[in-house]
Each structure stands twice: as C-alpha cells, then as structure tokens.
Design a protein around this ligand. Sequence first.
Ligand code: PHE
Length: 453
Amino acid sequence: MTNERAKFGSRFGLILATAGSAVGLGNIWRFPYMAGNNGGAAFILVYIGCVLLLGIPCMISEFIIGREGASNTARAYTKLSNGTAWKYIGFMGVLTGFLIIGYYAVVAGWCLQYIFASAAGELQGDPKYVAGYFSEFSASPVKPVLWTVAILVITHLVVIRGVRGGIEKASKMFMPTLFVLLLGLVVASCNLPGSGAGVEFLLKPDFSKVDSGVFLGALGQAFYSLSIGMGCICTYASYFSRRTNLLNTAVHISLVDTMVAVLAGLMIFPSAFSVGIAPDSGPSLIFMTLPNVFQQAFTHLPLVGYIVSIVFYVLLSLAALTSLISLHEVCTAFFLEEFRISRLRGATFVTVIACVVGALCSLSLGHTDLQLTIFGKSVFDALDFVTGQILLPFGGFLTCLFLGWYVPKKIVKDQFTNWGTLRGALFGVYLFCVRFVCPICIMLIFLNQFGVI
Ligand code: PHE
C-alpha cells in the first residue's frame, strides 16, 4: 500500500478509543452482579489477578500482531503467519465481529428506546408493569428493529469519518461524558438512605465464596470485558504509532475498564439495596429491575429520579456505542483493504449486513412462529453464547499459541520494547504468560464452561 496508514492523533485519544471498545454492557450488566454474588472485594481481587495474568498479556499480544501487521485483522494474521493456517484466526475475528454486532446492536437499540421512554414518563408504574413493558417492547416486530438500525446508522456515521476524524474524535467526546455521568450517578446512588448495605454487598470481602468456578468465571469476564479474542484490539493497534508503549497502554486500558466496572457496581447496588430490591444481571437488570429501583429510590425527589433514569440510559447507550464502533471498524477495515473499496462503501456494506443480523436477532425474541432458532436457542441467545463463550476464548487461545510459539521471538521483542528503545524488563514475564499461563487458563475456562471440569 502506498498511502501511509491512518494513525491515532494522540496517546490520550488512542487510550480513550481502545478503552471505549472495552467499556461496554459487560461492565455494567454483568460485572457488578458477579462481584456482589461471589465474595465482593474478594472477587474483585481475583478479577484483578485475572486481568493482570491473562487480560494484559493477551491484549499486548493483539497489540503486537496489529502494529506489526499494520492492516486489518485478517491480513495482519496472514502476514505474520506467512500464509499458513494460523491466518484463519484473523478471519475468525472478522466473523466474530459480525456476530457480536448483531445482538449487541439490538441491546444498544433498547437503550435508546429507554432514553425516550424514561423521558416520556412511560417507565412509571409497579414492577409488574415495568417488566411487562419490556417483554412487550422487546418482542414487538417493528420498534426494536428500528432502534437497532438507528444505533447502527449512528455507528456508521462515526466509522465513515475514519480513524482520527471519526473513531478518535467520537471517543474523546463520549468517554469523558460517560465518566462524568457515571460519577454523578454513583454520588446520587450512594447518598440514598440505606445505601451503605449496597456498598457493603459489593465491597465486603468474603473469601469463602471464591472457589474454582468463581475463578474461572472471573477469567471469562475479564476476557469479554477487555474485548479480547476477536480483533478489535488488533485492528485499533494497527493505528498505533511506533512510539506507543504497548505494556503501558494495556495497563491503562485495563485500569479504566476495571474502574468503570466497579463504579457501575457502586451505581447499581446502593440504590437497589436502599429500596430493598435484589439486583440481577443481564437484560432483566437493566430493563426491568433498574427502572423500578430509580423510581422507588427517589420517590421524594421525583425530578431527580426522572433525571437519573434518563442519564442512566444515555450512559448505557454511550458505553454500547463505543464498543459497537470498534466492532464495526474490525469489519470495515477488512472490506476496505481486502476488496480495495472506499471506507464509505466498506462501512455501508458492514452496516447493511449488521442491520440484517440485528433484525434477525431482534425478531427471534418473541416471534416463535418465525422459527428463528439455532440449536434450540433464539438467534439472539445463540449469538451471545457462541461469541462470548466459544469464539472469544478460542480466538484468544489461538492468538497466544500463535504469538508465543510461532511468531519469531525477535519480532515480538522488538514490538514489546519499541525496537530496543524501552527497557522491556517485563518481557520475560510477558512471554511466559503468553506461552504457558494464558493458554492453560483459557483451556480451563473452556472446559469449565462445558462442564468437563
Ligand atoms: N468489551 C465489551 C463489553 O464489555 C464487549 C465487546 C467484546 C466489545 C468484544 C467488542 C469486542 O461490553
């Protein structure tokens, strides 16, 4: 390629964009619940251990492949594998990207609808009403599909503006906003009467709850939450400059991601406990439980409750949007480079496919007559399961083996130390993790998920 490849404009922008991929629904609807139920601060410590041991080494590996390959994921793996079968890891990443976009955009679309529903006061009512509202809305044929298309169009409008003018600029706007909104909600939640019990539930260490299942659950969550295993990190790293310190960047991104997850817990539990509602996880937490929590927690200050509810869904939409942008970019970069078409055409192609997958996911919930099922699960649940539980860990596993054992050590070391300009004191530790610790741990998560151990 004769043109110089696009690059992020600043270190701050690069970290916000990559953290934007990592910070998403996983941080808000799964982490708090896992932490609360699995030993509070004890779980958080185990989680941090997993991030250090598995997350950061895997992330650095993807950084190395992306920056060395300087192209979309499929081509980056192809280049480094000299065309051997390892290249399919990169193609698998692009495929996984399409599959995740499909169901992720549906949930992001629900968040958009809920911004307007809370603004219009539609979410006021008893718990049964709110639960019914969600069941009816998510199963209806038109509205959720339109919202899915809407969020994909917004994603499209960012991606077509390119790396610096689109992705980086959007992340610089969205991520700080997300932080401010999150902090505001944490303060509002922690100031409610009786909120201390929620803080205690999230943070009180209880090591007796930490067993091997919890440990492996934390590993899986670290993986999903950091967007590892499907090329998002690799694609973004292809836009890093030669001076970017990879270890340092991975540490910063993991820190931001973990902080947001813990803050999400401090936003959800104190308010839920103050009104005596037991929080759950997944879509039912966000779309059925929390509207009630907000309503009841602020009965004496209805205006605050009203604002908190809107702000919460804006925050969720932003978190989901920045992750969607990274997923979209993985696929767009692939089409634009492999088929030598313009960014606009590549992105349009991706958006259209994503809309179709998203519509199928949305329609599979509630339209049993259409038979949109795979292995007895709705398309929505099947894609969630196949990507989160199978494709991401598998992609990460293969990436570690590929980088640890196949790619020449010199390339890895040069990338790690920025061609000898950094000391690289931790290179040995990193390589040991990638060669042994990560593949073994990921294998264990895998076997655990399928009930083998
Ligand atoms: N990391 C995102 C989250 O926490 C999910 C994601 C996974 C996004 C893989 C992109 C790629 O919600």
